[in-house]
Design a protein around this ligand. Structure first.
Ligand SMILES: *Cc1c(COP(=O)(O)O)cnc(C)c1O
Length: 369
C-alpha cells in the first residue's frame, strides 16, 4: 500500500495515527447491517468499556459524531432534577451552554482556570444549592489549559450526596487511568480521535447500565441523541440505530488493538516523557506555561505567548506547519497563549525536533539568541 505522509499533529486531537490505523480504513464496501460488521461494533463497544469498567455492569453507547454529541447526549437524556456543572475552562463552559440550550435547571460552579478545584467550597455549594441537583458534571482534563481535575475526590462527594456523576473524559480517556466504579462515575463521554489514536467520527458514552435503563422514564428532549434509545436499539438488534461511519469503525478497531498491546499505563508513560521533553525545552527558551506541574495532566500545554514585538502566532504556525508540525491557538480570552499537545502516535524524539524548529522561529524574531 502507498506510503502516507506522517504529519505530527500537536493540536489537541485529532491526533497523529499509526500507518496501520490509517490503512485499516481501506476495506471492501459492506452494509453496516451485516453480521460481519456487527462483530466490529461488538468488539469496539466491549473493549471501550473494558478499559475503564466491567462490561457486566457498564455499557458503551456509540454515536457517529464528534465528541460534543456524546456530552450533549448525556446532558439532554439523563437529568431529571437539577445539575451542578463545574466550569473551569472552555469545555466546562460548553456543558453550561448545552444545559442552556435544553433549558435544564443547573448551577454553574466556577473555579480557577489554572488551580485545582476547592473541594471544601464545592461541598458547601452542594449543601447550600437553591434546588436539589440529581447530577454533577465535570471535565476530567480541561483541554483548554491542561488542568487535570481530581475526579476521584469529586466522585467521593457525589457519593456522599447521592448525586450521579457525569465526566467529560474526552481528552483523558485512554491515557490517564480511570476506574468508573471506584470513582463513582455513572456516565462518561469520550471520542475516537484523541488518546485512542483513531480517526475522528465516533463518540461514545460509557454508562452504568442500571442507571441508563432507569433513564428511559425521562421524557426525551431530542431524537438522534437520545441516549436510552440509542442503547436500546443496539441491545435489541445488535446493529447501530442509524448509519455508522463504517470505515472509521475499522480504524477504531485497529486503534483499540494497538492500545491493548501498548496498554493505557505505557501510553501515558510515553506521553509524559514527551511532555517532560517539551517543558524542559520551553524552560530553556524562557517560555512559561499556564498550569503548575502539580495539577497538570501532561497531555496538552498552554504556553504563554513570548513577549516580543516580532511575535505572531499565525506566522509561527505557518512556519511549523510547512515543516510538518501542527500547533493550536489558545482558547482563553485573558491569557495570551498557544497550545501544544503531546498525544497521538508520537514520541519525545518528535518533540525534540519540534523544539528545534520552535527555537529557529524564536531566534528569527530575536526572542532568543
Ligand atoms: C475534544 C473535546 C471535546 C469534543 O470536541 P469535538 O470537537 O466535538 O470532538 C469535548 N470535551 C473535551 C474536554 C475535549 O477535549
Amino acid at each position: 500500500m502507498k506510503n502516507i505522509k506522517r504529519n505530527i499533529l500537536l493540536n489537541p486531537g485529532p491526533a497523529t495515527t499509526t500507518a496501520s490505523v490509517k490503512h485499516a480504513q481501506v476495506v471492501p464496501d459492506i452494509c453496516p447491517r451485516e453480521q460481519e460488521f456487527g462483530d466490529v461494533i461488538e468488539f469496539v463497544s466491549t473493549k471501550l468499556t473494558q478499559f475503564i469498567a466491567d462490561p457486566a455492569q457498564y455499557v458503551t453507547v456509540l454515536f457517529g459524531s464528534s465528541g460534543t454529541a456524546a456530552v450533549e447526549s448525556i446532558l439532554s437524556s439523563v437529568i431529571d432534577q437539577g445539575i451542578l456543572i463545574i466550569n473551569n475552562g472552555a469545555y466546562g463552559k460548553r456543558m453550561c451552554e448545552i444545559a442552556d440550550a435544553y433549558n435544564l435547571r443547573y448551577i454553574e460552579f466556577q473555579s480557577s482556570l489554572t488551580e485545582p478545584i476547592d473541594l471544601q467550597q464545592l461541598d458547601t455549594w452542594i449543601q447550600q444549592s437553591a434546588f436539589a441537583c440529581s447530577h454533577l458534571a465535570v471535565v476530567h482534563h480541561e483541554t483548554t489549559t491542561g488542568l487535570l481535575n481530581d475526579i476521584a475526590s469529586i466522585g467521593g462527594l457525589c457519593k456522599k450526596y447521592s448525586m450521579d456523576f457525569i465526566v467529560d473524559a474526552m481528552s483523558s480517556y485512554a491515557a490517564i487511568p480511570i476506574h468508573m466504579k471506584d470513582m463513582n462515575i455513572s456516565y462518561l463521554a469520550a471520542s475516537s480521535n484523541k488518546n485512542l489514536q483513531g480517526m475522528p467520527g465516533i463518540s461514545f458514552v460509557i454508562a452504568c447500565t442500571e442507571k441508563l435503563k432507569a433513564s428511559r422514564e425521562i421524557k426525551p428532549k431530542n431524537y438522534y441523541l437520545h441516549l436510552f434509545s440509542q442503547y436500546d436499539y443496539y441491545s435489541l438488534h445488535r446493529q447501530t440505530r442509524f448509519t455508522p461511519p463504517v470505515q472509521t469503525f475499522y480504524a477504531l478497531q485497529q486503534a483499540i488493538r494497538e492500545l491493548e498491546v501498548e496498554t493505557v499505563e505505557n501510553r501515558y508513560a510515553r506521553y509524559v516523557r514527551s511532555w517532560e521533553t517539551l517543558v524542559s525545552g520551553c524552560n530553556e527558551m524562557g517560555l512559561e506555561y499556564l498550569v503548575p506541574e502539580h495539577s497538570h495532566a501532561k497531555l496538552i500545554t498552554a504556553i504563554k505567548d513570548p513577549i516580543c514585538s516580532g511575535y505572531d502566532f499565525m506566522e509561527m504556525h505557518d512556519f511549523l506547519y510547512s515543516n510538518g508540525y501542527t500547533i493550536y491557538p489558545g482558547k482563553l480570552a485573558n491569557h495570551h497563549s498557544f497550545r501544544v499537545a503531546n498525544i497521538g502516535d508520537i514520541t519525545y524524539m518528535d518533540i525534540e525536533n519540534f523544539l528545534k524548529l520552535l527555537a529557529e522561529y524564536l531566534k528569527r524574531i530575536k526572542y532568543i539568541q
